[in-house]
Design a protein around this ligand. Structure first.
Ligand code: ASP
Length: 375
């Protein structure tokens, strides 16, 4: 018997022992074994739920669709965010994401699987449009939690991920505008007749709020954006994923909160899950997703836990360049959380943000995030 046949038999045997649906492929079987905790919580009858950042309307709908089919929460949230990673029109995640200052797209992601208490991440990964799938592979097929840069790419290649150019023409054009208007003392020139407001300020992503989020240099719009998606199933099992192309035009190799477990994402199957979008540097210094889950463990409602994290960042930020004349944060950070009982909430530093929720309907809807500042 060759190795392939043998492992195939092993998978089939494992599948029948675990009673896993035939719809799952071999990789899924190894990835998310049915666990004791699934059985432990079966009596709870939690209402399945998926939430995400506001760009996750379709993602949460797909996640819930998979949960209804009996799939694991990690399968569900990753399949959800793959929609946004694959979308060339979303310039903050995956394919079509805005590049670093050298014009190279570098992606970050991490995943956590509550029932098995595992997690994995990749940072500054080039040429692979679904970093969330590579993050999952790190979790499943290595004894490590985080791989970065070249190492992450080698690992992805070894696992058969296809390399492709992630820089779309639209993203390249925006990067070029940014580079051409960066300094009036270098040799790069914008096209004749180019006006400052054409920097992209008219682009929907570049409205006042984005300028505020850019914070420390709002004279030049530095769009950020990310998707975080969380899900809890009827057994109370929880998973989450965060995936991003990070801060536009960043210094090559810059990594912020999104691929860092505890910062961009945290899941504890006994409590709940939290994730973030927004200025990653601030969140990286506060490890807010971990903080939010700990607050929920102490009894906080998810919304209150998210607000607590916003407040902590405000207290922790001392640098003048990051504060306005009233001492308030010049940037935005957004947190999303759900708990094991199916409660959910979200909060931002500044008002006006929303998050996507799907609690079982065909379509997801947007709800307002609570805010630290009133206006
Ligand atoms: N948190 C991401 C980062 O700093 C960006 C974002 O969510 O807007 O890379």
């Amino acid at each position: 018997m060759n190795t392939q046949t043998r492992s195939r038999r092993f998978f089939l045997k494992a599948a029948s022992l675990l009673g896993v649906s035939a719809a799952l492929g071999p990789a899924d079987l190894l990835a998310v074994p049915n666990t004791a905790s699934t059985a432990r919580w079966a009596h709870k009858g939690v209402r399945p739920l998926s939430i995400a950042s506001a760009n996750g309307l379709e993602s949460t709908a797909r996640a819930m669709h998979l949960l209804r089919d009996g799939r694991d929460t990690l399968d569900a949230v990753i399949a959800g965010v793959n929609i946004v990673e694959d979308d060339p029109d979303d310039q903050t995640v995956g394919y079509g994401g805005l590049p670093n200052e050298d014009g190279e797209v570098e992606l970050d992601s991490c995943v956590m699987h509550g029932p098995t208490g595992r997690g994995g991440g990749v940072a500054a990964l080039r040429n692979i449009k679904n970093p969330s799938l590579v993050a999952r592979r790190v979790m499943e097929r290595s004894d490590h939690v985080l791989l970065v840069g070249e190492g992450a790419l080698h690992f992805a290649r070894a696992h058969g991920f296809r390399e492709e150019n992630l820089l779309t023409d639209a993203a390249r054009e925006r990067w070029l505008r940014w580079k051409e208007t960066l300094s009036n003392e270098d040799d790069w020139l914008p096209p004749h007749g180019f006006e400052d407001r054409d920097l992209g300020m008219n682009h929907p992503d570049m409205q006042e709020e984005s300028r505020r989020e850019a914070g420390w240099r709002d004279e030049r719009a530095r769009p950020t954006g990310t998707i975080n998606c969380l899900a809890v199933d009827a057994n109370g099992d929880i998973s989450g994923v965060t995936t991003t192309s990070g801060l536009a035009f960043k210094i090559p190799g810059r990594v912020a909160d999104s691929p860092i477990i505890g910062a961009g994402l945290y899941v504890d199957n006994a409590v709940g899950a939290a994730g973030s979008t927004g200025r990653g540097e601030a969140n990286l210094l506060a490890l807010s997703s971990f903080l939010i889950v700990e607050r929920m463990r102490m009894g906080d409602h998810p919304t209150d836990a998210c607000l607590h994290a916003c407040r902590r960042i405000a207290e922790q930020t001392k640098m003048k360049r990051l504060l306005d004349e009233n001492g308030r944060l010049k940037f935005n950070v957004n947190f999303y959380a759900l708990d094991k009982d199916g409660r959910h909430g979200a909060a931002s530093v500044w008002p006006g943000k929303q998050y996507a929720v799907n609690d079982g309907n065909e379509k997801s809807h947007l709800l307002d995030c609570a805010a630290l500042y009133e206006s």
